[in-house]
Design a protein around this ligand. Structure first.
Ligand code: SF4
Length: 315
């Protein structure tokens, strides 16, 4: 399959020039590079412009509820661990109404990938300030400047326990594709923030701003990995080595303005993934997860052993 096989043949209503197009293309190319069968990929969208992404892909997908994309995605993965599950939402969706789900998705370390399209505004509802817009900033749709301080998605992902944390840029499709591939391949909760210009409502952080010169005389965007940044917690790392990886991620997460890092900030492949831990308590789970259990017996009666389930919960 090539990347076009992952694209759905439907009309796309994103605005011309929207960064979402670059992210969608990178996602199609990443799925093709990994040669994931269409029926084994489930993509969930929150509410907002980014939430429409599942419509534009030829995979399984659901357009879910505002702020609830991670519970849907988590439920699908727990029901069928063989699926490749990707959750997609904007910064308004995931860091405001969905912030509690964000934090708890990190705690679980379930093997899902969360793509957060960060454009600083609520694009679908005409450009109100979203949680990543900085205090004092005023986009063209706002009558006054933003009086609230911003949330830092990388910091939130780190403190929530995500074990693969990265940032890409919507118009750098090549790097973004590689980051998506890495996020999917990681066995645990992966978080990928994508800086996504919204040319319709955010006139501050537009394509020209991101391409603009920083202190180096080059684009303000730079690659951590090309800067010899080593994000991975080494196998057998002691407490001090683990803390050093967390500390360097905290420092890089604060960088913004003249220099904006892209790439992988932090990865810890040594923490056990959630379905492995479930299997340690219920050793039939991985071979016989909920999606593989029959709903009806041979006489068409409900096959679920409710009494047994209740007994287990009481004990
Ligand atoms: Fe993209 Fe902004 Fe248009 Fe939404 S409103 S489709 S984020 S450009």
């Amino acid at each position: 399959m090539d990347s076009n096989d992952y694209a759905a043949d439907v009309v796309n209503d994103w605005c011309a020039g929207c960064g979402d197009f670059g992210i969608l293309r990178a996602l199609e190319k990443a799925l093709a590079a990994l040669q994931l069968p269409l029926h084994q990929v489930a993509v969930f969208g929150g509410i907002g412009c980014s939430g429409k992404t599942p419509y534009y892909l030829n995979t399984n997908g659901i357009h879910t509820l505002h702020g609830r994309v991670l519970p849907f995605a988590s439920g699908a993965k727990l029901a069928n661990p063989e699926l490749t599950v990707i959750a997609i939402g904007g910064d308004g969706d995931g860091l405001a109404i969905g912030a509690g789900h964000f934090a708890n998705a990190g705690r679980r370390n379930l093997d899902i990938t969360y793509l957060l399209f960060n454009n600083g505004v609520y694009g679908l509802t005409k450009g109100q300030a979203a949680p990543t817009l900085r205090q004092g900033e005023q986009t063209k749709a706002m009558p006054r400047e933003n009086i609230l301080s911003h949330l830092n998605p990388i910091m939130l992902a780190l403190t929530s326990g995500f074990t693969w944390i990265s940032r890409g840029y919507a118009y750098n499709i090549k790097q973004l594709q590689s980051l998506i591939e890495g996020a999917i391949a990681h066995k645990g909760s992966s978080f990928l923030e994508v800086l996504q210009p919204c040319p319709t409502y955010n006139d501050l952080n537009d394509k020209q701003w991101y391409a603009g010169t920083g202190v180096t005389g080059l684009s303000r965007l730079y690659s951590l990995q090309e800067d010899d940044y080593e994000s991975c917690v080494p196998e057998g790392a002691n407490k001090s080595q683990q803390e050093q990886k967390i500390a360097q991620c905290v420092i890089k997460a604060q960088e913004w303005g003249q220099r904006i890092p892209l790439g992988v900030f932090y990865q810890n492949p040594h923490r056990e993934e959630m379905t492995v831990k479930i299997n340690q308590q219920q050793n039939t789970y991985q071979v016989f997860p909920p999606a593989k259990q029959p709903l009806l017996d041979k006489d068409n009666r409900v096959a679920i052993d409710w009494q047994g389930l209740c007994r287990e919960l009481v004990l």
